[in-house]
Design a protein around this ligand. Structure first.
Ligand code: GLA
Length: 740
C-alpha cells in the first residue's frame, strides 16, 4: 500500500516536473560538455581537445538523460580557412588566422595583437555558469557569464574581460556573445526605421557574407534596433524554428549576422567596434552588455510571446507598489499636453486641460516640454531645470495639487542629457558638452549633448532630477533624448583613453536611473528619444515604458505597433490618441478608429481636448472605461498577430489572450474596403478549446445571428465574424471574450 502511494507521489512529482520544465544546468566531466536547459530549450557547448570553447547545440529541449558527444573542432578547409576559423566558438579572440567576426580583439602595449582564448576553469552559478578563458600566452582573462531563464529558456550571456598583464591592453572590439547556427536556409528578421517611421520589420534570406545591424550614434537609435530573429526556412508567424536575440545596451551597438564559407551562421553582438577603444590598465576589467537569446518552435509569434513574458517577468523594473510581483502594473492611462500646446504651457492652460482629462477618466496628467528655464521654443532653455516663473509664477505646486484634486497623478517631461547653447548652463559650463577642442560643435534641434561620462555632469544631472523629485510630488518622468552624438570627444582624459566615452556615458545613464529609482521608489520613467530612439533591454531595466514614435497617426501606428511587437511587449508601448486631420500626413480618421488603434498598446490621449465636442468626449470616456476593464489582457497577455498590417493590405487584426486564458481581446482594422470585400472570418488562437467564452463588443458588432457564447474550439476553428456592414475607409472594431 505504502509502496503504491509513494509510487503515485513520485509519478505526480515527475509529471509536475515535466510540465513545469525547471531549469537545469550540468557539466559532464567525461565529455567536457556544458548543458543548460530552461523552458522548452537546451543550450550546449563544450571544451574541444584544443581547449577551445565550442558551441554544440541550441534548440528544442533534449531528453534529460540524453548524453551529448564531446566537442570536436571542425577541420580546416584546404589551406585557406583554418579550423580556428571554421569551428563555431563561443567567444573567439582575434588571432591565429580568424577570418570571421571575432568576439574579442585587443592590442597589447608591445604591438602584439594576437589573442587565442582557451578554456581555463568554470564555476556553476544560479541557472548557469561562469566560464573562464585565458589567452594561450598572456594574462588576458575572459569570464563568460551564462544564465538560463527557467520559464522561457531565454539565455543571458555576457563577458568580463580582464587585464592581468603588467602593461595596458586596449580592447578594440568586444562582443557580449556569439551565437552559432548550423548550415541551413534561414530568414533574418530585423527592425529599422527613422524619426516618425520607426519599427519596420525587414525579412530577408541569410546570404553568404555579413549583414550588419548597428548604431554608431552613441545611443540605441531608431534607424535599427538591437534585436534579431532568424527563422529556419521562410518566415512564418505561427510555425517553424526561430532563434532570436536582443542586446541590452543603449549606447553604440552592433549585431552582425554572418554566413561563413561553409554556410554556417553566426550572430555576434556587443559594443560597436567602430571608433571603439577601451584601455584596460593592469588589473582593470571591462564588462560587456548582456546579449539575450531565445528559441521558439512556434514561429515568430511564439518568439515574441516568449520575449514579452520575459520582459514583463525579468527585465522591467518594479516600483514600491509592485516590488516582488510577477509583472509590473499596467500603465496608467495618461494625458499628455505636447501636441495640444507644444511649448506654450501655462498654469491656467494646463489646469484647464487637466479638468477635461479628468472628466474622460484619465489616470495620469503629463506636462511635456516648455515648463522650465527660458524655454519658449526649441532654441533655448535645455539645461536650466528651474520652473519658468512667467508660465508658473507659483512653481509647479498649484498645478500638481489641482491634478491630484482631480484624482490623477502628475508626470513631467525632462531631457536631462542635453543643453541649448542659449542657456545659463552652457554659458557657465561650455566644457560639459561632447566636443573636440578647437573643432565645431554641431547642433541638432539647436542643442548639444552633455558628456554624461564626466563625473561632474553625472553629478549635476542626478542632482537636479533628485531635487525636482524631492520638491514636487511627481509620479512620472518622461525622459527624452532628442538628438544623436557628434564630435564625441572627452578632453579630460589622455588622448588614448577618450574613447571610453562610448561605455561610461551609457553606464552613467543607467547609474543615474538606478539611483533615482532607489531614492524615489514610487517614481516611474518613460524612455523617449524623439520617439522610439532609445528602446532596448538595457534601458528597460530602469524604465517602465517607452514612446515608440512621434508619429501618432492611427493608421501609420498600426504598422509601427506591429513592428514594435516583434521585440517588445505592448505593456511598454505608449500610444496616444491625437487630433485629426493628423499633423504629419493630413489623414482624417474617426475618433473611434484613433481610440482603437491606441488601445492596442498602453493607451493615452494627446489631443487638444479643450476643443473636443461633448460627443467626442463621451466617446473617449466610454472607450477609456472599456479599455480599463480589459487592459491587463491587452498589455500583458499573449499576443497573436492574426493579420499583419505590414504589407499594406486592406485588413489587419490582433488578438491577445490573458495568460490564464480567461479573457481575450480582438482588434480589427480596415484600411480601405476594396470591391465590396467583407472582413475575413477571424480564426482566434490560444483559447482553451473546451471552455465556453462569451463574446461582447467593445466597438462595432459581430455578425447578426452569430453565437454570443461558444466554446474556445468554436472561436478558434470556426472563427469570429464581424457585422456585414463593417466596411469603408479607416474602420475599426474591437471585441472581448470572457470565459464563462
Ligand atoms: C520629442 C518627443 C515628443 C515631445 C517633444 C518635446 O520630440 O518625442 O513627444 O516630448 O520632444 O520637445
Amino acid at each position: 500500500m505504502l509502496k503504491t502511494i509513494s509510487a503515485a507521489i513520485l509519478f505526480l512529482a515527475v509529471t509536475f516536473l515535466a510540465q513545469a520544465q525547471p531549469a537545469s544546468v550540468s557539466f559532464d566531466q567525461a565529455t567536457k560538455v556544458f548543458r543548460l536547459d530552461g523552458g522548452g530549450v537546451s543550450y550546449l557547448f563544450g571544451v574541444n581537445p584544443k581547449g577551445e570553447l565550442q558551441q554544440l547545440y541550441w534548440g528544442g529541449r533534449l531528453g534529460a538523460t540524453d548524453l551529448f558527444p564531446p566537442a570536436r573542432p571542425l577541420p580546416e578547409w584546404a589551406a585557406f580557412d583554418s579550423s580556428y576559423s571554421t569551428t563555431p566558438q563561443e567567444f573567439a579572440g582575434w588571432g591565429a588566422g580568424l577570418f570571421v567576426e571575432p568576439a574579442l580583439k585587443v592590442s597589447f602595449a608591445d604591438g602584439n595583437r594576437d589573442l587565442v582564448l582557451r578554456y581555463e576553469s568554470h564555476t556553476t552559478v544560479p541557472n548557469g555558469f561562469d566560464v573562464v578563458l585565458k589567452d594561450i600566452r598572456r594574462k588576458v582573462f575572459v569570464t563568460l557569464h551564462y544564465a538560463i531563464n527557467p520559464e522561457s529558456g531565454i539565455l543571458a550571456r555576457s563577458a568580463t574581460i580582464e587585464n592581468g598583464e603588467a602593461a595596458p591592453v586596449t580592447v578594440e572590439q568586444a562582443a557580449a556573445a556569439a551565437w552559432a547556427l548550423p548550415p541551413a536556409h534561414y530568414t533574418l528578421n530585423y527592425l529599422t526605421g527613422r524619426w516618425a517611421g520607426e519599427w519596420t520589420l525587414n525579412q530577408e534570406a541569410v546570404h553568404p557574407g555579413e549583414r550588419v545591424i548597428e548604431s554608431r550614434r552613441g545611443s540605441t537609435g531608431s534607424q535599427a534596433n538591437p534585436w534579431f530573429a532568424i527563422q529556419a526556412g521562410e518566415a512564418s508567424e505561427d510555425h517553424g524554428e526561430v532563434w532570436f536575440g536582443a542586446l541590452a545596451w543603449s549606447g553604440s551597438w552592433r549585431i552582425t549576422v554572418e554566413q561563413d564559407q561553409l554556410d554556417a551562421v553566426r550572430v555576434t553582438g556587443g559594443f560597436n567596434p567602430f571608433d571603439f577603444g577601451y584601455v584596460l590598465h593592469p588589473g582593470q576589467s571591462l564588462e560587456t552588455p548582456v546579449f539575450y537569446g531565445g528559441y521558439s518552435a512556434s514561429g515568430l509569434g511564439g518568439a515574441s510571446r516568449l520575449l514579452h513574458r520575459f520582459e514583463l517577468g525579468h527585465i522591467l523594473p518594479r516600483t514600491a507598489a509592485t516590488a516582488g510581483q510577477a509583472a509590473p502594473k499596467p500603465r496608467p492611462v495618461i494625458y499628455n499636453s505636447w501636441e495640444a500646446t507644444e511649448f506654450n504651457v501655462t498654469e491656467a492652460g494646463q489646469m484647464a486641460l487637466a479638468e477635461k482629462a479628468a472628466a474622460l477618466g484619465i489616470d495620469r496628467f503629463v506636462m511635456d516640454d516648455g515648463w522650465f528655464g527660458q524655454r519658449k521654443t526649441d532654441h533655448a532653455g535645455l539645461g536650466d531645470w528651474y520652473v519658468n516663473q512667467e508660465k508658473f509664477p507659483h512653481g509647479l505646486k498649484p498645478l500638481i495639487d489641482k491634478v491630484h484634486t482631480l484624482g490623477m497623478d502628475f508626470g513631467l517631461w525632462v531631457e536631462p542629457e542635453m543643453v541649448n547653447p542659449d542657456s545659463d548652463l552652457y554659458r557657465k559650463h561650455p566644457e560639459w558638452v561632447l566636443n573636440f577642442p578647437g573643432r565645431p560643435r554641431s547642433e541638432a534641434r539647436n542643442q548639444m549633448v552633455l558628456n554624461l561620462a564626466r563625473p561632474d555632469v553625472r553629478a549635476y544631472v542626478l542632482g537636479f532630477l533628485d531635487k525636482l523629485l524631492n520638491e514636487n510630488d511627481i509620479a512620472f518622468l518622461k525622459w527624452d533624448y532628442n538628438r544623436n552624438w557628434s564630435e564625441p570627444g572627452w578632453d579630460q582624459l589622455p588622448a588614448a583613453e577618450q574613447k571610453r566615452v562610448y561605455v561610461e556615458f551609457t553606464r552613467n545613464l543607467y547609474a543615474i536611473l538606478a539611483e533615482l529609482r532607489h531614492r524615489h521608489p514610487k517614481v516611474e520613467i518613460e524612455s523617449c528619444s524623439g520617439g522610439g530612439g532609445r528602446v532596448d533591454l538595457g534601458i528597460l531595466r530602469y524604465t517602465d515604458e517607452v514612446w515608440p514614435s512621434d508619429n501618432t497617426d492611427p493608421f501609420d501606428r498600426l504598422t509601427i505597433q506591429d513592428g514594435f511587437s516583434y521585440a517588445y511587449t505592448p505593456q511598454i508601448m505608449m500610444a496616444w490618441v491625437t487630433d485629426s486631420p493628423h499633423w504629419l500626413n493630413r489623414r482624417t480618421t474617426s475618433l473611434e478608429y484613433r481610440m482603437l488603434s491606441s488601445m492596442q498598446g498602453s493607451l493615452g490621449i494627446g489631443a487638444n481636448i479643450a476643443n473636443w465636442t461633448p460627443e467626442e468626449a463621451a466617446t473617449a470616456k466610454r472607450l477609456i472605461a472599456a479599455y480599463h476593464q480589459v487592459q491587463p489582457t491587452i498589455v500583458q497577455g499573449d499576443l497573436y498577430r492574426l493579420i499583419s498590417p505590414r504589407d499594406g493590405g486592406e485588413f489587419s487584426a490582433t488578438q491577445t489572450v490573458r495568460q490564464d486564458k480567461s479573457q481575450s481581446v480582438v482588434f480589427a482594422f480596415i484600411h480601405s474596403t476594396q470591391k465590396g470585400r467583407g472582413f475575413p472570418v477571424l480564426k482566434l488562437k490560444g483559447l482553451d478549446p473546451v471552455a465556453k467564452y462569451a463574446l461582447s463588443s467593445i466597438e462595432g458588432k459581430p455578425r447578426a445571428g452569430s453565437p454570443t457564447v461558444a466554446s474556445g474550439a468554436w472561436w478558434m476553428n470556426h472563427g469570429l465574424e464581424t457585422d456585414d456592414g463593417f466596411k469603408g475607409d479607416f474602420q475599426a472594431a474591437a471585441f472581448r471574450l470572457d470565459r464563462k
